[in-house]
Design a protein around this ligand. Sequence first.
Ligand SMILES: Nc1ncnc2c1ncn2[C@@H]1O[C@H](COP(=O)(O)OP(=O)(O)OP(=O)(O)O)[C@@H](O)[C@H]1O
Ligand SMILES: [Mg+2]
Length: 281
Amino acid sequence: MSNASPIWISDLTHYYNRQQSMPTLDDINLSIPQGQLTALIGRSGCGKSTLLQMVAGLLIPTEGAIRIRAHTVTKPSAKWNMMFQKPSLYPWMTVRENAALGLVFAGTYNQKKDRVEELLDMVGLSEHKDKNVQALSGGQQQRVALARSLATEPEVLLLDEPFSALDAFTRTALQTEVAQICHDQNITMVLVTHDIEEAVAMADQVVIMSHNPGQIVGEKSIPLAYPRDRNSAEFAELKDELFAEFETIDKAKQDKPFERLEVVRPKSTAPSVEKMLQQAS
Ligand SMILES: Nc1ncnc2c1ncn2[C@@H]1O[C@H](COP(=O)(O)OP(=O)(O)OP(=O)(O)O)[C@@H](O)[C@H]1O
Ligand SMILES: [Mg+2]
């Protein structure tokens, strides 16, 4: 399989329970190229977190499969790291200890100590390494979680609304930093967000989901260079276009709230499950 696409989501359908009349996720096909930053946007409850948890190996789909490079995802791995809305740090540990946790669990902290120091410097926490994490602001704690996620050198970084609890200034700064870090380190990122501006600020490709059932109903590429100028005409135009696509989807849903929408995007080039299994064997 080509290295050009480290994430393949193929024919994925999910029911949390068989009593559901509609699947939570319906026939999701998506391939994400190496190093691409993808934003997954959609209304609350459309299945964004469910899909991301499946990419992380925290949930197994009812049907279909996900592959990250040569691996069919069946369990979590340090190579594909997930970062949640809350930083989930250990409150009795210092910044350094929290940032080092992934490496400690992997048994590689002693070889990679310097990496933790570099990352804490990179996310602007040089002065805070020995502090207890409880002495940090929400934005600083989110940076610790980011350093921890990056310390294990993941190929894939999965972010579930990681900045939504932060103030606008911190959020904007972190959006810019994380996009830059992922680009510099060739990390493939998938970001779940409600925030259209965040998607345009960070992503190369925006995937639009609809609800009841959770479907992918659109894709839009964001061909802007990094760092992005949020005051540029191109930025405003792309944001407006995404809003307009959302409105169209919402309108279609108001007319037919519990029906599948016609998928406007071309069928993904992701291989079928059978083909993936053949390639895996
Ligand atoms: N563990 C679960 N058991 C049963 N149903 C669930 C479970 N987790 C989520 N759901 C349902 O699946 C649907 C999708 O939930 P999910 O959390 O993936 O949505 P989301 O798009 O991330 O929403 P939000 O934007 O509010 O975070 C929702 O209807 C939700 O109620
Ligand atoms: Mg969610």
